[in-house]
Write a protein that binds this ligand. Structure first.
Ligand code: APR
Length: 245
């Protein structure tokens, strides 16, 4: 493993257009459970709470799960060493962008400037009638579903539900960054959900070296991954960072 770490550190040091593609695993050490796996959120909540049709038909039930998952403790989570190292790599000019599937805002809080949020961000609620945007702190989530002060319509978290389109700008910029990448760090993702999961594959197709960091194997490991570093994202990224000159 040690020689792999030095090899990976050298690849990163010599990269010209590296990107990172992150999933829920990068935030697990911030106390946010992943969606899948033994203690995953989808083993405790029904993912239909994030199905757009279900949300419109059952706003109270949907909002009860959404509040519990994304607002009751997401809000208190802070970034961890993995987010910090990615921000430091950007600072050093070695990381051009983070493409994240996460909606927890932790990359930005760690200092990353170029973050493409494939699934939006939980820090905004939107009125589907008038489009007014609210911060979670501006609405009372003890009365569900939260409603727009202007037209009393139900507010929706401004992140991507199953059945919803990916934000056009994030999609386009993520694809551009992936196609231009010479290295892609794939961190903490099962690679289960399309179209996000095709970002590393698109980078590989255009010649990128794929470095994967995960505690378990993923859909990428036996396929496109060139270097598989098994372990916790913060520990491995912090160790790699010490090896970068
Ligand atoms: N360090 C690195 N990887 C970790 C860690 C850790 N400390 N802990 C868990 N992991 C890995 C798991 O092994 C798993 O591969 O993180 C991954 C989490 O996978 P998922 O829960 O499926 O999360 P993700 O891949 O981001 O899911 C994609 O699914 O439900 C939708 O919209 C949701 O964005 C999410 C999408």
């Amino acid at each position: 493993m040690k020689e792999d770490l030095q090899k990976v550190a050298d690849i990163i040091s010599n990269s010209k257009s590296m990107i990172a593609f992150t999933g829920a695993g990068v935030s697990v050490e911030s106390g946010i459970p992943p969606f899948r796996g033994p203690n995953g959120l989808w083993s405790r909540y029904d993912p239909q709470c994030l199905d757009l049709d279900y949300f419109h038909l059952n706003p109270v039930e949907s909002w009860k799960a959404i509040k519990s998952i994304f607002y009751d403790f997401f809000g208190k989570a802070s970034y961890n060493g993995a987010h910090k190292v990615l921000a430091q790599l950007e600072e050093k000019g070695l990381l051009k962008a983070v493409v994240t599937q996460n909606i927890d805002n932790l990359h930005q809080e760690a200092g990353s400037k170029i973050v493409y949020e494939f699934h939006g961000n939980s820090q905004k609620l939107i009125c589907l009638q008038c489009g007014k945007i609210y911060l979670p702190s501006e609405v009372n989530l003890d009365e569900l579903p939260p409603k727009c002060v202007k037209d009393k319509k139900i507010l929706k978290p401004d992140f991507v539900f199953f059945g919803e389109d990916i934000p056009e700008v994030a999609y386009r910029k993520s694809l551009q960054a992936a196609r231009a990448a010479d290295v892609v760090l794939v961190i903490g993702t099962t690679g289960e959900v399309m179209p996000a999961a095709m970002i590393p594959t698109e980078a590989k197709r255009n010649g990128a070296i794929v470095i994967e960091i995960n505690t378990e194997e993923s859909n990428y490991t036996d396929g496109i991954t060139d270097f598989f570093l098994q372990g916790k994202a913060s520990e491995l990224l912090e160790e790699i960072y010490t090896l970068i000159n």
